[in-house]
Design a protein around this ligand. Structure first.
Ligand SMILES: C[S@@+](CC[C@H](N)C(=O)[O-])C[C@H]1O[C@@H](n2cnc3c(N)ncnc32)[C@H](O)[C@@H]1O
Length: 224
């Protein structure tokens, strides 16, 4: 296992260990933009059979399931998926998957992921987008929610002077984990994914509250 594999495995362990507290945390974290997010989900193209990657405790799964025909929600952490299953959403199925080692068994009308792309290191970025492309019907849409640099205030310590930006996180019991965390500027992200076959627009969310959430809606232009 190389250093990056080791860090990605730590990243998974960090979220497994955090699962029990995560749902309350994410609800509180997203609260300032909750109404806007509801509007964006309701007017989004996430209406057919939707794949949600890295669903966590299901904050978004629940909201998307209200507009989608069906949601397939994947996460690396069974502890997170147990919380999603506990929501008893009739049109949602869950499965455990390591998204860096997952082959899509089918293609979906739409793909959604929130607070996930920031955790994809540059060295796995193209491979990850190949997976997204393979999982999406040619007419499909990718919707992303992620964080711009204005959200860095949540970090106790960041090391971002390299091609592998790292956040040093601490659990309540004091254990420390290094995780990948890239706070993309929206234009920088759109430029990065354009050669990978995806184009679209970025909508800032929560700016009036000093927050840096970004909502992206993307189309697949071509296979790469
Ligand atoms: C910041 S949370 C985001 C959860 C959810 N999307 C949200 O916005 O609340 C990141 C999620 O990625 C999952 N994760 C981390 N590494 C993963 C991997 N290699 N494959 C699949 N999921 C992974 C974690 O278990 C965690 O649920």
């Amino acid at each position: 296992m190389d250093d990056l594999d080791e860090m990605l495995s730590q990243q998974q362990q960090y979220y497994r260990e955090r699962a029990r507290d995560y749902d309350a945390w994410i609800n509180n974290y997203l609260l300032p933009a909750e109404k806007k997010f509801e509007e964006l989900v309701n007017s989004s193209p996430l209406t057919g059979d939707i794949l949600e990657m890295a669903c966590g405790s299901g904050y978004w799964t629940e909201r998307i399931s209200r507009v989608a025909h069906h949601v397939t929600a994947l996460d690396g952490s069974q502890e997170m998926l147990d919380i999603v299953d506990g929501r008893q959403l009739p049109n949602v199925s869950t499965a455990q998957a390591d998204l860096f080692n997952w082959n899509p068994p089918t293609q979906w009308d739409g793909i959604f992921f929130a607070n996930w792309l920031a955790h994809v290191p540059d060295a796995r970025f193209e491979q990850f987008w190949r997976t997204v492309s393979a999982a999406l019907l040619p007419t499909g849409t990718v919707v992303i929610m992620d964080v711009a640099p204005a959200e860095k205030f949540i970090e106790e310590e960041v090391v971002d002077d390299s091609s592998l930006p790292i956040a040093r996180r601490r659990l309540k019991d004091g254990r420390r984990f290094d995780i990948v965390k890239k706070y993309w500027e929206p234009e920088e992200l759109l430029d990065r994914i354009s050669p990978l076959g995806f184009t679209g627009k970025a909508t800032p969310v929560g700016q009036e509250a000093g927050r840096g959430f970004v909502w992206y809606e993307l189309e697949k232009r071509n296979e790469f």
